[in-house]
Ligand binder design. Sequence first.
Ligand code: NAD
Ligand code: IPM
Ligand code: MN
Length: 368
Amino acid sequence: MSESFRILVLPGDGIGPEVMEQAVRVLKQIETYAGVKFELEYALAGGCAIDAHGTPLLDETMERARASHAVLFGSVGGPKWEGLGFDLRPEIAILRLRKELNLFANLRPATLFDPLIEASTLKPEVIGGLDLMIVRECAGGLYFGEPRGIETTASGKRGYNTETYSTEEIERVGRVAFTLARGRRNEVCSVEKANVTESGLVWREVMTALHAREFADVKLRHMYADNCAMQLVRAPKQFDVIVTGNMFGDILSDLASMLTGSLGMLPSATIGATQAERFNPAVYEPIHGSAPDIAGKGLANPMAQILSLGMMLRLSLGMPKEAALVEQACIDALAAGARTPDLGGTLNTTQVGDAVIAHLERITAVPA
Ligand code: NAD
Ligand code: IPM
Ligand code: MN
């Protein structure tokens, strides 16, 4: 009997369903080629779930996520739901999945594919050969710290949030970053604002101690987040692995995506402690959002979603060969000119999907 994997598919809102459709086509192609079975279950998440069920993520969907081998997530949100309170917004769907599945490390690889060297707004010599990994803590920090809220004051309102990081939270994401670096160029750059925040200071101290205790073979340096933003544009190839907190990781990864040509190119894997176990429902999600400005127009680049499924094959399903084939098919399609407008191309979302499938068929074909 062939191996079978349960995948929960949450396309979400805006361009989410458009790019997910292409990723699922690629997944079906891999299923045929690899002789495995993907049992795809679909559910609503985000604004569409609010419209249908009055909540961004049903408890039942959360349970289905827990019971799956991996979750493939699209994107959520949009102007329609912007007026809702923070406990009811579409974005809660992805935050809840990360938090409740204990997924604390969001891996965001910014790799420049050779065919796109001219597509970036940066000079070829600055980005050629770029291969950097951002490890973003994603279950703590400013996103989840208490107290938070909005209060009424004599002159208006006061909104407040709290950034907190504990030794345990920093060590567990630090271990992910150092371990990844060992399989790469062996360098970690830890990014915070230790010059102005207590949480940043603790982050730096804990990273320094963890490094000395468990990872002295890896090169570690520290950098303030503002300088890091500048260095990413000035000389991005100086970085191998960047490890940082939730908010800085969110911002720096959108910035890094443009080094690779487009926000529509950056995939991600959101992993946690459960990775060590056989049963590991990690979440695979492009870093971009629901792009309301282009939704429904066929303009969305499906590469980030397709590459996210590549990460799923590699990290959750033990299929590195198939993951590499998906990546190669994307690179070959880009080299052949299959590009959406964000990359300067003229193809629509489905046509780019067609091209990736065609190249996948070609490279997986048994020679006659
Ligand atoms: P966005 O990432 O949706 O879009 C930013 C810009 O990049 C837009 O001009 C958009 O057209 C473009 N873009 C994004 N993805 C693209 C793709 N695949 N192909 C081509 N162009 C692409 O960010 P935003 O506009 O700030 O946010 C829109 C909504 O998405 C908000 O509700 C936000 O909260 C949500 N959001 C969700 C996620 C997620 O679900 N993981 C991530 C980020 C933002
Ligand atoms: C991302 C998104 C999310 C985040 C939002 C939608 C909650 O911007 O995945 O980068 O801020 O983490
Ligand atoms: Mn983001």
